[in-house]
Design a protein around this ligand. Structure first.
Ligand code: UDP
Length: 253
């Protein structure tokens, strides 16, 4: 497919297949929640993202948000420091619950209903994830915040996002990143890197482009779920990406 010529990353309708995005999964990494800080949560950033999510759901979409935990803890880093990997991943999954609870509060204080559903069961803090519970909340226009990733060690929340998108029959995965799409090389290191406006899943694989981690990408590809890769940095970035405004890369079958 053609590389970016300065055109918006997705068609202006945000509906390249001619059908609207009715149910979406937004993947927010822990990094997206920490703003300019080196770790943890940044209150201003959290508020901006909550506002963006509330405005996006007001368009009438059903929205699940899968949150990462890398702003607090990543299993692989714990393992490098000598913690058994499965245990380190358990700590990482707990980190995602912290982010989810913070995001739930930031959304609800804006008058929009949200529910944290965790794959790691913590009944005194939030509901347990089940497909039925998630669909129930989505049907009531509540934002379903999905914590705990897949609930299993050795996975990432990117894979959690792809898995939930598949099992909840979502139309698209909105993968928020620090850059405005998928590039031919790392734009931070290679000034000649160009951004793709659109790609197929197969092209992303053959060109070796790291859109999401391999397990996540394989799930999305197998289930023919499009992925919008966009930058989370600007005000209203999620809504803009959903509406097909601004720069992004659309990966579709
Ligand atoms: N994690 C896990 N299983 C999952 C999802 C996450 O064990 O299904 C752990 C893993 O240790 C990971 C951490 O939770 O490093 C935080 O998730 P992730 O790295 O995906 O967060 P992000 O990079 O998106 O902030």
């Amino acid at each position: 497919m053609a590389e970016d010529q300065g055109t918006p990353g997705a068609p202006s309708t945000g509906q390249p297949t001619g059908r609207p995005w009715r149910r979406v999964v937004v993947k927010l990494s822990g990094e997206a929640l920490m703003g300019e800080r080196s770790h943890g949560l940044d209150a201003e950033t959290l508020d901006r993202l909550a506002q963006d999510l509330v405005e996006t759901v007001a368009l009438g979409v059903e929205m699940a948000v899968v949150v990462g935990g890398g702003n607090f803890f990543r299993g692989i880093e714990g393992a490098e420091k000598g913690i058994e990997r499965a245990r380190a991943d358990s700590i990482g999954m707990l980190a995602t619950v912290m982010n989810a609870l913070a995001l739930e509060y930031a959304i609800e204080k804006r008058g929009q209903a949200a529910r944290v559903l965790s794959a790691v069961h913590m009944p005194s803090l939030c509901e347990a994830y089940s497909r039925q519970a998630a669909l129930h909340h989505l049907g009531k226009q509540r934002i379903a915040i999905l914590a705990g990733g897949t609930g299993n060690p050795f996975f990432t929340t990117d894979t959690g996002a792809a898995l939930r998108a598949a099992e909840l029959s979502c139309d698209v995965i909105m993968k928020a990143t620090q850059v405005d799409g998928v590039y031919s090389a790392d734009p931070k290191r290679d000034p000649a890197a160009t951004r793709y406006a659109q790609l197929t899943h197969d092209e992303a694989i053959s060109k070796n482009l790291a859109v999401m981690d391999t397990a996540a990408f394989a799930l999305a590809r197998e289930n023919r779920i499009p992925i919008i890769v966009f930058s989370i940095k600007g005000q209203g970035a999620i809504r803009a990406a959903l509406e097909g405004r601004g720069l992004a890369t659309l990966v579709s079958p």
